[in-house]
Design a protein around this ligand. Structure first.
Ligand code: ZN
Length: 234
């Protein structure tokens, strides 16, 4: 297995788009993986091709490094999840203090499938946009969860995978700043235009921070982060 290839969990949202740029900046060979589990924001998956093409156009070295895109159908995950991401219900907090957008075990499943694919593709590094800073409600985004999973995957597959989470300790404003550091204003503009974050999958209205309903928790977080990023840059 080559030591230098990476697989990026790539949903087409702001976080995974920034992670893709981060990986293209570091690894000579980068492949992407998206999951389809019946989520409401299919529009996010549809934006993936535009982001990949846009990043290739921004930087010839990135174009050389960017390898195939993979999509895995995880309909079974949608079938066992009763959440606001896969059902047409209001986004709210549940009795146990988690948002009802939480899909139990989602990142555990994603990373396990990612490792299985990385195993087949000979890729050592697995990159995901998990973050503790803004998503306090999601236990499978926490650093300890990811580190424990890295150990479990390496034991279970007899490999030395390295799980990278470059956004783990930074907030949304810093995620925009990271995109600017990696690819300048053109990358920020690409992420604004082509990435999708809205829980409701709305793409009608174009705000300064991109497309979305503007009021769901994901839009609110993205808008707040973008405004803080712009305010700091002035
Ligand atoms: Zn929204």
């Amino acid at each position: 297995m080559s030591d230098d290839g990476a697989l990026v969990l790539f949903s087409g949202g702001q976080d995974s788009a920034t992670c893709l740029a981060w990986a293209l900046d570091r690894f000579p060979r980068v492949e992407t993986l998206g999951f389809d589990y019946g989520q409401r924001h299919r529009i996010e998956l549809d934006g993936r091709a535009a982001l990949r093409a846009g990043m290739s156009a921004l930087n010839p070295a990135w174009a050389r490094r960017l390898g195939p895109d993979h999509t895995l159908d995880l309909a079974a995950l949608g079938a066992v999840s009763d959440t606001a991401l896969t059902r047409d219900t209001e986004i709210a907090m549940t009795a146990d203090g988690l948002p009802n957008t939480f899909v139990p075990g989602r990142n555990l499943v994603f990373l396990t499938f990612a490792a299985a694919l990385a195993y087949r593709r000979g890729l050592r590094h697995i990159v995901g946009g998990m973050c503790e800073t803004d998503y306090s409600g999601y236990p499978d985004c926490r650093d300890d969860t990811i580190k424990a999973l890295q150990v479990a995957l390496n034991l279970g597959m007899a490999r030395r995978f390295v799980l990278h989470t470059p956004l783990m300790w930074i907030d949304k404003a810093a995620t925009w700043r990271l995109a600017e550091d990696l690819g300048g204003r053109p990358l920020v503009d690409l992420v604004v235009e082509a990435s999708h974050t809205c829980y409701l999958g709305e793409r009608g209205a174009r705000h300064d921070w991109g497309y979305g309903c503007g009021t769901c928790p994901a839009c609110a977080l993205r808008a707040k982060g973008y405004r803080a990023f712009v305010a700091e840059a002035v």
